[in-house]
Write a protein that binds this ligand. Structure first.
Ligand SMILES: NC(=O)c1ccc[n+]([C@@H]2O[C@H](COP(=O)([O-])OP(=O)(O)OC[C@H]3O[C@@H](n4cnc5c(N)ncnc54)[C@H](O)[C@@H]3O)[C@@H](O)[C@H]2O)c1
Ligand SMILES: O=C(O)C(=O)C[C@@H](O)[C@H](O)[C@H](O)COP(=O)(O)O
Ligand SMILES: [Zn+2]
Length: 356
């Protein structure tokens, strides 16, 4: 178990094999009897909603559900509105709660709903994808997309509890498992040391699953420590965005064809190649990251980079400060730095990269 301690809130991230079968009693440890809405997507719902409802009912919670379609398009105001309407129709008050059962999409959407309903009601994350287990369920970033802008509407809103059962990963598709591993490589490159050595030993997809509990524990531990120092991303937390400035632009341009973690994998390698050109990042750092990503089949380059639409998307990055992007670079493994770079310099910065 890892505890996230913030100035105004403290919560546990419970990582345990088999915890998914004890959801009722685990939720009961932090919440008194109340109405809860379990938000999930169609795929996770088919697999785990029935058991989750039964578990929560056994623990004396009044349960309703909301199921959204699979995929990034569900991170939208449309679904925020629909879920909030369902809660209002069912008489939810400030003393009730929202439970996310799913991956990062469901987690980000449910967190947004929880933060808005009656100006904020209690929220628990049950993470079922690797991305959610290693990243999105922890730290309180909630958001939905609007039009062509990723994560533009949201807030920092921390959960009361995060439940992680690595057994959920057994039903995750190989592509989604590998995608989540992109964020693990990110955390390991930012932290360095033993963690980066560990990702160096993951040479094939099966290794992700067999090392999952350790990879989850280390990623959550790393992220929690960053968030505890800078909850609202005024400084240090920006490092968690390594690979995301370019990654989010590519993710949006690919329009559903690239998963978040795949786009971030391309973003990390590309930004490192850019910083090689300016002498910030050693080539050995880029290749160490690239090897880790490619050994499990993650993409590391894209012909979407450098298009007009690509540069247009960069403007929407939350690290854009009046035309200057605060880019995350690695001076070395375990040594992230922020390099302010003018948006107008970006075409020159990304030019001349090899696309495979
Ligand atoms: N808030 C944050 O800090 C943060 C961090 C990282 C990513 N994100 C966001 O998370 C999203 C990506 O998350 P994701 O990769 O989990 O995507 P996702 O939620 O769409 O899940 C990926 C797929 O896996 C399925 N799935 C999830 N758990 C499963 C299970 N146990 N068995 C079978 N299928 C399962 C889902 O139905 C979906 O089809 C993006 O929107 C990204 O922006 C947010
Ligand atoms: O928790 C953070 O902080 C992160 O940046 C984690 C990222 O992996 C995640 O994708 C996050 O949603 C990005 O947020 P944004 O602020 O760039 O929209
Ligand atoms: Zn991410």
């Amino acid at each position: 178990m890892i505890t996230v301690t913030l100035p105004t809130k403290k919560y546990d991230v419970k990582i345990e094999m088999g915890l998914g079968r004890k959801i009722g009693e685990t939720v009961k440890e932090v919440w008194s009897k109340r109405k809860v809405i379990v938000v999930t997507d169609e795929q996770v719902g088919d697999l785990y909603l029935h058991t989750t409802i039964n578990e929560l009912k056994k623990a004396d919670f009044d349960v309703i559900t909301a199921t959204v379609p699979v995929g990034e398009k569900s991170k939208s105001l449309k679904f925020v509105g629909e879920i909030i309407e369902t809660m209002a129709d069912n008489g939810f008050t400030r003393g009730d709660g929202v439970i996310a059962l799913g991956g990062g999409v469901v987690g980000d959407l449910s967190g947004t709903v929880a933060s808005l309903y009656m100006r904020g009601i209690a929220f628990i994350q049950i993470a079922t994808s690797l991305t959610a287990m290693v990243d999105s369920s922890v730290g309180g970033k909630t958001a939905v997309n609007l039009g062509k802008v990723k994560n533009i509407i949201g807030s920092f809103y921390q959960p009361d509890l995060v439940i992680i059962d690595p057994i959920f990963l057994n039903s995750l598709s190989e592509r989604n498992l590998v995608e989540g591993y992109g964020e693990v490589v990110k955390c390991s490159a930012l932290e360095g040391g033993d963690f980066f050595d560990l990702t160096g030993k993951i040479n094939k997809v099966d290794d992700i699953l067999s090392n999952a509990p350790d990879l989850i524990e280390r990623s959550v531990n790393f992220k929690a420590n960053v968030v505890m120092k800078d909850e609202k991303e005024s400084n240090l937390r920006r490092i968690l965005n390594f690979g995301h400035t370019l990654g989010h632009a590519i993710e949006l341009l690919a329009d559903g064809k690239l998963m978040h973690g795949e786009a971030v994998a391309i973003g990390m390698v590309t930004i490192s190649q850019c910083f090689e050109k300016t002498g910030v990042t050693p080539a050995s750092v880029t290749s160490a990251i690239q090897t880790r990503l490619e050994s499990v089949g993650l993409p590391t380059s894209s012909n979407l980079i450098g298009t007009d639409a690509f540069f247009d998307h960069l403007k929407n990055d939350k690290k854009n400060d009046h035309g200057t992007l605060n880019l995350v670079a690695l001076k070395n493994i375990g040594e992230p730095i922020i390099v302010p770079t003018k948006l107008t310099e970006m075409p020159e910065f990304v030019s001349g990269l090899t696309v495979k």
